[in-house]
Design a protein around this ligand. Structure first.
Ligand code: AMP
Length: 507
């Protein structure tokens, strides 16, 4: 994201997909293209691929969808035996070619390309520290700060510099990194964003934000990269180490003693339903959310529909558990919002109708339960409710497969500031009136955690609870201190500790 306090008032918008592959003899650029294609839902603004043949790094990145950015010619100019890739999402403000990743960085420790999913909360502090010792920056991105720490920062070797990164950076960073001889896959010590490892054709290795990318390539899922782990794929195979020792005490600014803080919103909205995170396939997890929602907020109705695509599984779960028939009531144009052609004012006024088309035959004369995954600002939902009423529904019962979102995300999900979050400012009854529904019910936090099924204390619930797993700069948000985490004045130790090297167990 852009650095500086003003950015905290802008959209936090780094929902991204990352990929990496080490596979000598394969067309690694093409594999990365298809990996990114499978991760397109995580970001539609820009796409990029970096490759290496062992001698030099090649990079191509531009604004647009993966399929718009890469032509056969572009892929042909990316030879190599290893590659990384990135798809980036962003709203207004930072929509520039210069922010398209991967970034290519040269420094005193050599050369690398880096792709990042997440957001580092204290990047501006780290940047000033590095700048004060002479490091030059090309962008205002937190990804470059991470990259500069690794390529220009203190520490003689990679393990030591990864240790410095993990000791100093507070926030979310799943990374793929390309050097001349290796691909690294890294997750921050709290494991906020996902990242997984796959085996390709029995000889290569792939890393991806979500397992759906492995499935499309025919790669075998091995396991997730663990929180605080660095996995290295090179000519010798796969090795892994945890740069922080137990004495390091977790992530800088960590506010709880939990050892993981996987983003619960990945389960609710973000990731694809055919992806597996922390061992859980998301489609059934979302069905459980819907089933639990029907227990917590039952209603008499004729039909259950979902707001496509993210709430479809939850709607099916609601219908099955309640016994009310499920039907498709809204058809989504999947390509809306994924084009550079901006609608003119007349079309913009039609708002949500550019995105959804209601099926009048399903809705007319019916009492309709509408399941959606979440309400963020409350801009779209009233239009959806109106559209369903206009199509003839006699009652509209909105059911949300997540708790009210009351706090902003500092770890990389595109949400709003606290002032813009409708549930931070209005009660459930007031939101019901605002969206124009007959009734409104939200899934409880206990129900959401139960449905995700990844264990107590293993996830970040900050957007629902204000309990951030690390210190966040809440002083920039005038609403946030009620119920939010304090910001401890933490000193981040710089002492070197030996990395803990563990062998990877591979099938
Ligand atoms: P709104 O009523 O404007 O808050 O919009 C609610 C819709 O936004 C729901 O259908 C969600 O699926 C969708 N949504 C939730 N989170 C996000 C996000 N981070 N980016 C884009 N859309 C989202």
């Amino acid at each position: 994201m852009e650095l500086g306090s003003s950015a905290l008032h802008d959209h936090l918008n780094e929902k991204c997909g990352i990929f990496g592959v080490f596979a000598p003899g394969e067309d690694v650029a093409r594999l990365t293209f298809f990996g990114l294609h499978a991760l397109q839902h995580r970001g539609q603004e820009s796409a990029g691929i970096a490759t290496t043949d062992g001698k030099r790094l090649n990079l191509y990145a531009d604004m647009g969808l993966v399929s718009q950015v890469f032509t056969e010619d572009a892929l042909a100019a990316l030879p190599g035996r290893a590659a990384i890739g990135h798809t980036r999402y962003s709203t207004t403000g930072s929509s520039t070619r210069g922010n398209a990743q991967p970034f290519h960085l040269k420094g005193m420790h050599g050369e690398m390309a880096i792709a990042h999913n997440g957001n580092v909360v204290n990047a501006d502090v780290l940047r000033s520290d590095l700048a004060s010792t002479g490091t030059m920056f090309d962008t205002s991105s937190d990804t470059e700060v991470i990259g500069r720490l690794l390529i220009d920062g203190p520490g003689e070797d990679w393990p030591e510099r990864f240790g410095q990164l993990m000791r100093r950076a507070n926030g979310a960073y799943s990374l793929t990194i390309l050097t001349h001889d290796a691909v690294y896959a890294v997750r921050d010590p709290l494991g906020i964003r996902p990242l997984c490892i796959g085996r390709l054709n029995g000889q290569g290795w792939v890393f991806a934000s979500e397992t759906c990318a492995l499935d499309h390539l025919g790669a075998e899922y091995i396991r997730d990269v663990r929180p605080g782990e660095v996995v290295r794929a090179d000519g010798e195979g796969l090795t892994s180490f945890f740069p922080l020792s137990a004495e390091d005490g977790g992530m800088p600014g960590q506010t709880t003693d939990q050892d993981q803080a996987l983003c619960l919103f990945e389960f609710i909205y973000f990731a694809r339903p055919d992806s597996r995170i922390s061992g859980q396939l998301l489609h059934p997890a979302r069905m459980r959310m819907g089933a639990r929602l029907s227990e917590e907020h039952p209603v008499e109705a004729d039909v259950v529909i979902g707001v496509p695509d993210s709430a479809t599984a939850a709607a099916i779960g609601y219908a099955q558990a309640s016994g009310i028939p499920y039907a498709e009531g809204l058809v989504k144009n999947r390509y809306v919002g994924r084009t550079f052609i901006q609608p003119d004012q007349r079309l913009r006024d039609r708002g949500v109708q550019l995105k959804f088309n209601p099926l009048r035959e399903v809705l007319a004369g019916k009492r309709v339960v509408v399941v959606d995954d979440s309400i963020v600002r409350g801009t779209t939902t009233p239009r959806v409710v109106k559209m369903i009423r206009d199509a003839g529904a006699t009652e509209v019962h909105m059911r949300m497969a997540s708790p009210p979102i009351t706090h902003p995300c500092f770890y990389g999900v595109d949400m709003a500031t606290r002032g813009e979050l409708i549930a931070a400012n209005l009660s459930v009854d007031e939101i019901r009136d605002h969206i124009g529904a007959d009734t409104l019910g939200y899934l409880s936090i206990e129900g959401t955690v139960w449905a995700a099924n990844i264990g107590e204390g293993q996830h970040c619930t900050a957007c629902f609870t204000g309990k951030y797993p690390s210190a966040v700069p809440l002083q920039f948000d005038k609403f946030a201190l009620e119920g939010g985490s304090e910001v401890p004045d933490h000193e981040i130790p710089m002492a070197r500790t030996e990395p803990v090297v563990v062998p990877l167990t591979l099938r």
